[in-house]
Design a protein. Structure first.
Lengths: 415, 141
């Protein structure tokens, strides 16, 4: 084991004490081994305390009051937006829209841009490895508009079939929807290349970044996409807040999403003028404490560095793939460690994923079993479900060892 | 723990040596059920006697231990019972049979067979109603 890896593991041990939940036992004497960060990450104390402080000291509604608390709350809320802008290198805070989660961000685009721009027989392209949140909104839109949706297939080793994508692009789709990182296979897709190819035929590109923004450096200028959707709760932030980044020129041309307070400039009895960006898409009282928490989460991620987070997860994932392969009957899906993020979905021959997860839970190992909101991807591999272990900045090699120990117990029970 | 181990052994036994597994000859009702969330599927086969008691029952299926063991256990539980009584069974029946600790967070898997049996009862009643409605119509002419 090289010294860089040892150093990093020592740093991780210290980092783990930032997360109160990681210190708990699931039952007396059984410590928690949390391997489900792809579903949601644990929260560092800095995030919990920032939200607590907001509610104790500065709680007020935003963008309205003239009083001190309202000004503090507005500054904190908008401060969260600026931190998110800087993280993804957006040109302006006007391009950073707060939503409820990545799902709502994608639906926002479908309901506003989609309804205004998709016409009968138009083509929308997505991929076989998408989360349901990047499939269903487009299926709904296509059904409403009489448009067509086509999926880019996934190859046996879990990559996008680029030739098939090129063939679909030749049909000049209006929109290409693609995940930056698969929540099952861990595949990191070459968004910069895909966006450039899509733009040559005039398509816009929407990227589901729910798994990438928390785990690796994401720069919207380099990616070259038109929309980017992600959630706060997968990146050390709270639930209830997500982000839609959109290219300003595109966002300006879109009709508003939900109607109500804050999204208007002027309301008359029978019509209204929408507000400027980003407020045009933020109707009603927004998730203020959540934006404060998300801002604190971004600070926390930056204190480690997105490059360091990605490097750490790669170390853990490479080790996990290596160890999983040594367990007889275990098959891991997706590409090699260097081409994937910190996710390992696998099957254990002869044992249903639910049973695997339940036995692992007896040993404190928290994994997810099911289709992970990617049923078409599981269909592609002829699997009803998989067991998924996922890693984050606080995962350790010892966590992986506990997973493997647990899998040998699974094999013993079903031996 | 002993109690829990006994439940585990009981469930694993039913999973590895399922009772009444396979299609039933000349069934009165065939009902498919499934949990789309996890891919568990069962098909329940029922044959009734003249008093609408379950004279024969079997299942086919695929899925996790809990769902398949539950199907095996339920076939033993409902054999000989009136169909109407099966329709009244609640999730508690399954939980008691299989051990609360083991199935409390797996209720959807554990109750799949029971719910499919209950759906089978409904299907049979609906079929009966349709048949008698058809007969009534014929009489009208």
């Amino acid at each position: 084991m090289d010294s860089a890896r040892v150093d990093s593991m020592e740093a991780v041990a210290a980092r783990r004490s930032d997360f109160p939940a990681l210190a708990r036992e699931v039952r007396p004497g059984v410590p928690l081994i949390y391997l489900d960060s792809t579903a949601t990450s644990q929260k560092p104390l800095a995030v919990i305390e920032a939200m607590d402080r907001y509610y104790r000291q500065s709680n007020a509604n935003v963008h309205r009051g003239i009083h001190t608390l309202a000004e503090e709350a507005t500054a904190l809320y908008e401060g969260g937006r600026e931190k998110v802008r800087a993280l993804i290198k957006a040109q302006s805070v006007r391009e950073v829209i707060f939503t409820r989660n990545a799902t709502e961000s994608i639906n926002l685009v479908a309901y506003t841009w989609g309804r205004a721009n998709i016409k009968p027989r138009d083509l929308i392209v997505y991929t076989e490895m998408e989360h349901h949140s990047n499939l269903v909104p487009w299926q709904m839109l296509a059904a409403e508009k009489g448009a067509e949706v086509r999926a880019v297939p996934v190859t046996e080793d879990g990559e996008l079939d680029r030739a098939a994508l090129m063939a679909l692009l030749a049909r000049r789709p209006k929109l290409v929807c693609v995940t930056h990182m698969s929540n099952v296979l861990g595949t990191i897709n070459p968004i910069t290349e895909i966006a450039a190819e899509a733009h040559t035929v005039g398509a816009l590109v929407l990227v589901d970044a729910a798994q990438s923004v928390p785990h690796l450096p994401v720069d919207v200028q380099t990616l070259g996409a038109d929309f980017l959707a992600f959630s706060g709760h997968k990146m050390c932030g709270p639930t209830g807040i997500g982000v839609l980044w959109g290219r300003q020129s595109v966002l300006e041309g879109m009709p508003p999403f939900l109607g109500g307070g804050d999204m208007i400039r002027r309301v008359h009895l029978y019509d209204f003028k929408p507000n400027d960006l980003p407020y045009k898409f933020e109707a009603g009282t927004p998730p203020i404490a959540e934006a404060v928490g998300l801002g604190a989460a971004v600070d926390y991620l930056n204190s480690i560095g997105m490059d360091a987070i990605q490097a750490h997860e790669q170390t853990i994932t490479a080790y996990a793939l290596e160890r999983l392969e040594e367990v007889p009957g275990v098959r891991v899906y997706g590409p090699a460690a260097e081409r994937r993020g910190g996710v390992a979905a696998f099957s254990v021959a002869g044992v249903h994923p639910h049973d695997v997860a339940q036995i692992l839970d007896r040993f404190g190992v928290a994994v997810r079993a099911g289709h992970h909101c990617a049923m078409p991807l599981h269909d592609r591999y002829n699997l009803p479900a998989t067991t998924r272990a996922s890693f984050y900045l606080y995962s350790t090699l010892a966590d992986v060892d506990r997973l493997i120990d647990g899998l040998y117990q699974v094999k013993k029970v079903f031996g | 723990m002993n109690d829990k181990q006994a439940f585990i052994d009981f469930i694993l036994d039913h999973y590895q040596n399922p009772r009444n597994r396979g299609a039933l000859a000349e069934p009165d009702i065939v009902m498919k059920g499934g949990n789309p969330g996890c891919g568990d599927i069962v098909t329940m086969y029922l044959r009734l006697d003249g008093d609408e008691r379950i004279a024969g029952v079997s299942f086919e299926g695929e899925g996790c231990t809990i769902s398949q063991a539950a199907a095996s256990i339920m076939t033993g539980k409902v054999l000989g019972k009136p169909l109407a009584e099966v329709s009244q069974l609640g999730a508690e029946t399954v939980v008691d049979e299989m051990g609360r600790e083991l199935v409390a967070n797996r209720l959807r898997c554990a109750t799949l067979a029971l719910n499919t049996l209950k759906a089978a009862g409904k299907k049979y009643r609906a079929g009966q109603a349709a048949r008698s409605a058809a007969e009534a119509q014929i009489e009208d002419f």
